[in-house]
Design a protein around this ligand. Structure first.
Ligand code: DQA
Length: 145
């Protein structure tokens, strides 16, 4: 299967950005680990990080045309703001898991609401870079069923 990993705004700053909250790993390292996991499991992977809402929306639309089977999505700050990204996911009808490095529920109140959780297959948050690995493993299980 083909799995698309989407990273929202400011995640290009991982490693430098508030390491006490987000950890020391860079996005490149995280993507490399996910790529290895996918290839070892016999799946294809594509990754995109963007700071622009419209680029993420366009990527989601293209995913449908390309036949992407599953999406792992860390919408970052757009989690708490973006009806447009929610609507994009609903429009393509591709199953996805919402991922966060931090446990958003023990942070500021404005991070407690997500525009994605109620339409996601599941949500994984709070395990740092390991959140992505756990989400990827859950995706494999869902894809094999
Ligand atoms: C985040 C949590 C969001 O609240 C925040 O805006 C981010 C990253 C996370 O992975 O923990 O940019 O999605």
């Amino acid at each position: 299967a083909t799995i698309l990993v989407l990273h929202g705004p400011n995640l290009n700053m991982l490693g430098l950005r508030e390491p006490g909250i987000y950890g020391a790993a860079t996005l490149e390292t995280i993507n490399q680990q996910l790529t290895k996991l996918c290839l070892d499991a016999g799946h294809h992977i594509q990754t995109l990080q963007s700071n622009a809402e419209y680029e993420l929306i366009d990527r989601i639309h293209d995913a449908r045309k390309e036949g992407v089977d599953f999406i792992l999505f860390n919408p970052a700050a757009f989690t708490h703001t973006s009806v447009a990204l929610r609507d994009a996911l609903l429009s393509v009808n591709i199953p996805f898991i919402e991922v966060h490095l931090s446990n958003v529920h023990k942070r500021e109140t404005f991070r407690h609401h997500s525009y994605f959780s109620d339409i996601a297959q599941g949500v994984i948050c709070g395990f740092g870079p390991d959140s992505y690995r756990l989400a990827m493993q859950a995706a494999f299980t869902l894809l094999n069923n």
